[in-house]
Design a protein. Structure first.
Length: 76
């Protein structure tokens, strides 16, 4: 789905959007909203991984996890 866009009209808190733009130093509302969505997705993935780590669904030592992470970043 990366790279696809769709126009959407939503009502936003203007003060919250202005604060987000100020903090991120992004120039446009569109960039700010896109960044917010990316960060939300990243956060939710981390939560799901953290939850899975203790359930037996995903078992790895910290060293193994860091090794996997290095391999993933090296391919990017």
């Amino acid at each position: 789905m990366a790279g696809t866009t769709k126009r959407l009209s939503v009502a936003l808190d203007h003060q919250l959007l202005a604060e987000a733009r100020r903090l991120t130093r992004l120039r446009t509302k569109r960039e700010t909203i896109a960044k917010a969505l990316e960060e939300l997705v990243r956060l939710e993935h981390r939560k799901a991984l953290a939850h899975a780590l203790g359930t037996g669904v995903f078992e790895a030592t910290e060293a193994e996890f860091r090794s996997l992470r290095r391999c993933t970043h090296a391919r990017s």
